[in-house]
Structures are given as structure tokens and as C-alpha cells.
Ligand binder design. Structure first.
Ligand SMILES: CC(C)(COP(=O)(O)OP(=O)(O)OC[C@H]1O[C@@H](n2cnc3c(N)ncnc32)[C@H](O)[C@@H]1OP(=O)(O)O)[C@@H](O)C(=O)NCCC(=O)NCCS
Length: 204
């Protein structure tokens, strides 16, 4: 289960409602080429993608076991959460229209905060797309959804994603126990970044 950031911001009802509305209406095609909100038609592609342990192994908040039923429920819940302004489940498609990756953005409007998790198909990993892709997503989340804080976690041995997150300027704030849907714990590196710090870094 995704957990909100350690830092707690004071957030007005107006700000929280604006974030909910931004999540409901966000045009995810502005996040990147061939990005779509996940829907039931993507379930077979998502099952194929996530059945590969090189893709889903490092991610703590996926439904398990991966299968048509669990992924259907996950997509449906994601759609309901998007309507509530509290999450976006996004697929990226390859040139052939196959699901080649996914991102899940969890949003806490009343905390003005968000978390990102995601993965790309194994044949696309390790080609230098992850770092720039993550940085682009972080900027999109701050500027399009309007949150003022992001938190991230990664497995202690997931060096690739740790490099991408450190490289984007997120600040390490110790470790955290990430809780899987089955209740088991994964010890994780924990980071935060504020929108102000992001804008300073990128001179927005
Ligand atoms: C995490 C993920 C998105 C990263 O994307 P990627 O395209 O594979 O990563 P990159 O090729 O951009 O590499 C990122 C960094 O790790 C480094 N790296 C790549 N393979 C590495 C390895 N085996 N050991 C150590 N460092 C490695 C790269 O040199 C790069 O470092 P740099 O930023 O200093 O240049 C992708 O690997 C993935 O989907 N993994 C499975 C799911 C996952 O772990 N998701 C993250 C948890 S939320």
C-alpha cells in the first residue's frame, strides 16, 4: 500500500480540490508519446508485462499474484481513484500498440503530495531511458497535477532506480518500511522533493 510522505504540509480545501480536479482532467498524452490512462482493454498487455519478474519484482505495491483477475481489479480501482482525483494508472504503448510500460501516480490531495511507481518492459530497460523518463515524470506531476511535495521509495538493492532518483535531485530521508498488499514488509530507501526545490533546480 502506498503511504503518504513523512513531511506533512498544511493544505487548504481549495488547494486539495484543485489537485483532485487536475488529476481527473489531466491529459496523460502530455506525459509522453503513446501514454494512455489504463483501461480494461489494457489488462492482457499489463498481465504480460507484469508477469515478468524483471519488471514487477522490484515493485511493492502491485497486486499479487499477477493474473487477469487481480490486474482487472487493479485497473478498475485505478479508474475509480482517478475519478476521485487520487491516482492515475497510465500505460505506455510501443509502436505496435503493445503495453511496454506503466506508471502509477498515487496522489494525496489533502497533503498536496504524490508518489510515483512504474516499470518498463525488460527489453527496454538499461538503455538510458529511465533516468530522463523519471525526471520528466516528476516535473509533469509537480506542474500538471499541482502537488507541492513528492515522495519515493525503492528497494535497497535497486541501484538503477536509486541512481535515477538521486540524479533528479530528490533528497534521501532515511529508510521506510513499504507494506506489500499481502502485509509483508519491504525495507526501502526513502526520498522527498518539494516543488519549490524542483523549480529552483530546473530554473522554472
Ligand atoms: C527502474 C527503471 C525504470 C530504470 O530505467 P532504465 O532505462 O532501465 O535505467 P537507465 O538505463 O536509465 O539507468 C539508470 C541508471 O542506472 C545505471 N545502471 C543501469 N544498469 C545498471 C546496473 N546493472 N548496475 C548499476 N547501475 C546501473 C545507469 O548507468 C544509469 O545511471 P546514470 O543515471 O548515472 O547514468 C527500469 O529499469 C525498470 O523498469 N525496472 C524494473 C522496475 C523498477 O525497478 N521500477 C522502479 C521501482 S518504482
Amino acid at each position: 500500500m502506498s503511504a503518504p510522505p513523512k513531511t506533512v504540509l498544511e493544505v487548504s480545501q481549495e488547494e486539495a480540490e484543485a489537485i483532485r480536479q487536475a488529476v481527473r482532467t489531466a491529459d496523460v498524452s502530455t506525459l509522453g508519446e503513446r501514454r494512455e490512462r489504463a483501461e480494461l482493454g489494457h489488462v492482457p498487455g499489463l498481465v504480460a508485462l507484469l508477469s515478468d519478474d524483471r519488471v514487477s519484482g522490484p515493485i511493492y505495491d502491485l497486486p499479487r499474484p499477477i493474473g487477469v483477475e487481480s490486474v482487472t481489479r487493479w485497473v478498475t480501482e485505478g479508474q475509480a481513484q482517478a475519478l476521485a482525483g487520487e491516482a492515475l494508472l497510465i500505460v505506455s504503448l510501443d509502436a505496435a500498440g503493445e503495453v511496454a510500460g506503466y506508471s502509477r501516480i498515487t496522489v494525496w490531495p489533502d497533503r498536496s503530495a504524490a508518489e510515483l511507481a512504474g516499470a518498463m518492459r525488460a527489453d527496454l530497460q538499461g538503455r538510458g531511458q529511465g533516468g530522463p523518463g523519471m525526471a520528466h515524470s516528476f516535473g509533469w506531476i509537480f506542474e500538471t497535477l499541482g502537488v507541492r511535495l513528492m515522495c519515493l521509495t525503492a528497494a535497497l538493492d535497486n541501484i538503477r532506480v536509486q541512481k535515477g532518483i538521486d540524479g533528479a535531485g530528490f533528497v534521501r530521508m532515511g529508510e521506510r518500511d513499504a507494506v506489500r498488499p499481502d502485509g509483508t514488509i519491504r525495507r526501502s530507501v526513502y526520498w522527498e522533493m518539494t516543488r519549490d526545490a524542483w523549480r529552483m533546480r530546473h530554473r522554472l
